[in-house]
Design a binder for this molecule. Structure first.
Ligand code: ATP
Length: 289
């Protein structure tokens, strides 16, 4: 039996550089792993795949990314043995936090361990990229610049540990919808990925906070003004910065310390139609420990 944690991510930046001939968008984004995670337990079975999820409405079938990751490993390595996966979800679904990608990454690692495949990070990332652009980042974690479709990764120094409040309004935003609307609307402001990398290297949290920027934010806010409202509420409570993650709708705030994060979260929990989490940025050296 193998147990693997699947951590969520937030975007510190998200830029779209253009559309590629293959239909994907060329992106440049600084991604950051946070402590909020799903837990997956994998057990060997004689054959096949079975999946059980603690969220009844999330389909536990062959379309689920956890299932697809297990099937890919079976196929790629001609495994005749099977697996049962127990998935405990804590990361909100379709939230801009890469929950599904994190689960897929965890299953790839888990299958490698369960079946003694000893897959290198490179091989895991190659397999992961077949299932989704964010999966290589989820496999490696920490603080990274992601380019290409999101699968070309450059490791950055760890962002200094920062407390984070996540607020997920109870609305769903499809990633495809957000990108499509971006193509029509564009964005007024683009991130300065060079500058933010310098601030990360300097370990300057305030500098990082000032440079948060996501070109999909205005697209999603145009349709769902609740996102702007949550941002303003958290800034009014003294957060260092607040922004939407990925294609949304989760809004996150960087807090000065744990106490402030708890205070902001307490305030946001008065909102009836939102789920609120307190977490912190995950540093790679701690992740491996
Ligand atoms: P990203 O930030 O990469 O765009 P996300 O956080 O917005 O991802 P996910 O939680 O990964 O979104 O879910 C996106 C879709 O993937 C959902 O509509 C869901 O039905 C499907 N999905 C498949 N497998 C999973 C899984 N294991 N966990 C969550 N969603 C899954």
């Amino acid at each position: 039996m193998v147990t693997v944690e699947a951590n969520a991510k937030i975007n510190l930046t998200l830029d779209i550089l253009g559309k590629r001939p293959d239909g994907y968008h060329e992106v440049a984004m600084v991604m950051q792993t946070v402590g909020l995670h799903d837990t997956l337990t994998l057990e060997k079975r004689e054959q096949g795949i079975s999946l059980n999820i603690n969220v009844p409405w999330l389909k536990a079938d062959e379309k689920n990314l956890a299932w697809r990751a297990a099937a890919l490993v079976q196929e790629e390595f001609g495994l005749t043995g099977g697996v049962h996966i127990e998935l405990i979800k804590r990361i909100p679904v379709a939230a801009g936090l890469a929950g599904g990608s994190a689960d897929a990454a965890a299953v790839l690692k888990g299958m490698s361990e369960l079946y003694g495949l000893n897959l290198s990070d490179n091989k895991l990332c190659e397999l992961g990229a077949k299932l989704g652009s964010d999966i290589p980042f989820c496999l490696l974690g920490g603080t990274m610049l992601a380019t290409g479709r999101g699968e070309v990764l450059k490791r950055l120094p760890d962002m200094p540990e920062t407390w984070v409040v996540l607020v997920k309004p109870r609305i769903s935003v499809s990633t495809a919808w957000a990108y499509q609307n971006y193509d029509e609307q564009g964005a007024e402001r683009h991130p300065d990925n060079e500058a933010i990398q310098k601030e990360i290297a300097r370990g300057n949290r305030k500098g990082v906070a000032k440079l948060l920027c996501n070109v999909l934010e205005s697209v999603t806010i145009n349709k769902y003004d609740v996102i702007e409202r949550y941002k303003q509420m958290m800034l009014a409570k003294g957060a260092m910065a607040s922004m939407m993650s990925g294609s949304g709708p989760t809004v996150f705030a960087l807090a000065k310390n744990r106490e402030q994060a708890e205070e902001i979260a307490g305030f946001m929990r008065q909102e009836k139609n939102a789920d609120v989490f307190v977490t912190r940025t995950f540093q790679l050296n701690r992740m491996k420990a």
